[in-house]
Ligand binder design. Structure first.
Ligand code: PAF
Length: 277
């Protein structure tokens, strides 16, 4: 495994391999867990080389405290990556990526960016798209892998690739869960014991909502979910919506692909999850 901190050295290595070999890319913000590792293993299996980036991107945080508190575990991350025989790791500094201006570019994703996370985390997706576009330009992968836990992010990246006409295949991967159902997230390590114990309720409710949606309509299911959360002392529901997988707009039409999306505060840790209906 080789670790690069500069664009020049990384590109020097990658261009020596290119041509007919497929390069897979898994962008991350570090604090790697089994969910990341499953993406990387899949990427490795399906391609000749895999590049993983570790970069906590400042422009996608709308909250300074969230950025400061975001777990940073580079040494442990590199150990994990070495163990699964990752080929290349890119760990640039903020300056290497943004040079002088730490600003996000503005994107129009046709409304995808204004739903759910877009409402609660202003400009978040401009920051995500800015860094992903920049990393795509640097790595120039053939394929990139993203987890479905951040389903809205995945749809936005697909749109970004279409808008920018980038020759990169985007692959969404199933949510990786702890034994008790909690979706794996780098933020989970920040949960207190009490909140960690309460958090599996989120997926439990998603599964129950999915079952209820067979017989009930969207409004009834939404009301039921909000009621269930009223009784939770350690979890605060931010939103629960039922939306189409493509437009991410609220919907209750049952013959199109729908998903239930949820965001919950467990103390000061914000958790998101989703389930296909
Ligand atoms: O999902 C993430 O970890 C980040 O949003 C990403 C895609 C690495 C961009 O910073």
């Amino acid at each position: 495994m080789k670790v690069f901190t500069t664009i020049e050295l990384l590109q020097g290595k990658i261009t020596s391999f290119k041509n007919d070999q497929s390069i897979a890319f898994v962008p991350t913000m570090g604090a790697l867990h089994k969910g990341h590792l499953s993406l990387i293993k899949k990427a490795k299996k399906e391609n000749d080389f895999v590049v993983v980036s570790i970069f906590v991107n400042p422009t996608q945080f709308n909250n300074e405290v969230d950025l400061i508190k975001y777990p940073k575990t580079l040494e442990a991350d590199l150990k994990l990556l070495k163990k699964i025989k990752c080929d290349f790791v890119f760990t640039p500094s903020i300056k290497e990526i943004y040079t002088t201006k730490i600003n996000a570019q503005y994107f129009d994703f046709g409304g995808l960016e204004n739903e759910m996370e877009g409402t609660f985390r202003k400009d978040h997706f401009n920051g995500v798209a800015t860094i992903v576009k920049r990393l795509f330009e640097i790595v120039k992968p053939n394929v990139a892998y993203f987890g479905e836990k951040d389903f809205q992010q995945l749809q936005i990246i697909k749109k970004l690739v279409a808008l920018e006409k980038l020759p990169i295949k985007i692959i969404g991967c199933k949510i990786f869960r702890e034994k008790d159902g909690l979706a794996m997230s780098s933020r989970n390590i920040r949960l207190t014991k009490t909140h960690r114990k309460a958090a599996p309720f989120i997926y439990k409710i998603l599964k129950k909502a999915k079952k209820k949606f067979i017989k009930k309509n969207a409004d009834e299911v939404i009301k039921w979910v909000y009621k269930k959360f009223e009784k939770q002392t350690n979890l605060k529901l931010e939103y629960f919506i039922i939306a189409t997988e493509t437009s991410l707009k609220k919907s209750s039409v049952k013959d199109i692909k729908l998903r239930a999306f949820i965001a919950v505060f467990a103390g000061d840790v914000r958790l998101i999850d989703n389930i296909s209906l």
